[in-house]
Design a protein around this ligand. Structure first.
Ligand SMILES: NC(=O)c1ccc[n+]([C@@H]2O[C@H](COP(=O)([O-])OP(=O)(O)OC[C@H]3O[C@@H](n4cnc5c(N)ncnc54)[C@H](OP(=O)(O)O)[C@@H]3O)[C@@H](O)[C@H]2O)c1
Length: 249
């Protein structure tokens, strides 16, 4: 059993919710966050029946002005944070009929306003939240920042004809994950002589709302990478798949 205090963004469905449940089962205190407050409260009330240490705090990743509130709440209630899991993300902020589906979401045809909107959540929200919560991670004896990335963000895979994701050129989402990788590298360098480790991980292609029913992996298998990265004694640096294989940046 662990006494770790873990905060997960985008935890009201998909991989974030599943990771929260697995971490609660391991004894962690989990602060689920999300933008749907009534859903978050309802899910957390159910979880608390078995895991009284489940908690919920509202958080909209695309609204950095509200992030100070999360800092104040976590500080007042827990005094520190051991693990921050930056999980919340979007592939597009517009409906597929508006964007013309994936085929037209290329570097030449994509809607730049949509790409900017994706970055608000996937990149700037992630960076702002990490900066805001860093003082609480510094209070932990062994803090961890886990950034949910994707093979689609790998510059190596995007330029390698033999890569399984070479042909998936969804510029908005992919470039947002490339930025998540760069943020991971830069943070890692800045925090190298501290007690805080920084990882980028990919869950693989998972059957969530984002991954769709066509995906290969079930949700518990994909979410387990977050649990391992949060709790296990894992390599100190890098970008890893759901079965902890290194992914080229
Ligand atoms: N599924 C895959 O195959 C796959 C593959 C590679 C990487 N990933 C990564 O894994 C992570 C989780 O993906 P998933 O498959 O679980 O996606 P998902 O089912 O679409 O869930 C995304 C979560 O992010 C939340 N979210 C989105 N925008 C937000 C915002 N502005 N503020 C707060 N919360 C927001 C959503 O909340 P709402 O319910 O309010 O929308 C939801 O809880 C993401 O970082 C994704 O890029 C997934």
């Amino acid at each position: 059993m662990t006494e770790k205090i873990v905060l997960i963004t985008g935890a009201t469905r998909g991989l974030g919710l599943e990771a929260a449940m697995q971490l609660l089962q391991q004894g962690a205190t989990v602060i689920l966050t999300g933008r749907d407050i009534s859903k978050g409260n309802e899910i957390t009330a159910k979880l608390q029946q078995n895991y009284p240490q489940a908690d919920f705090m509202p958080l909209v990743m695309s609204e950095p002005a509200g992030m100070g509130t999360i800092y104040e709440q976590v500080k007042a209630k827990y005094g520190r944070l051991d693990v921050l899991i930056n999980n919340a993300a979007v592939t597009s902020t517009r409906s597929s009929t508006e964007t013309g589906e994936r085929a037209t979401n290329t570097i030449l045809s994509m809607d730049i306003a949509d790409v900017k909107s994706i970055f608000e959540t996937n990149v700037w929200g992630l960076l702002q939240l990490t900066r805001t919560l860093l003082p609480l991670l510094q209070e932990s004896p062994a803090g961890r920042i886990i950034n949910m990335s994707s093979e689609l963000g790998s510059m190596h895979y995007q330029s390698d004809l033999t890569s399984p994701v070479y042909h998936v050129k969804r510029f908005g989402y992919n470039s947002s994950k490339t930025m998540v990788n760069l943020i991971t590298i830069y943070l890692r360098e800045l925090l190298v002589n501290t007690a805080i480790s920084v990882f980028a991980v990919s869950p693989g292609w998972v059957k969530t709302g984002m991954g769709t029913a066509a995906a290969c992996l079930e949700v518990p298998e994909g979410a387990n990478i977050m649990v391992r990265a949060a709790l296990e004694d894992v390599p100190e640096n890098g970008f890893f798949t759901h079965d902890w294989q290194a992914i080229p940046w």
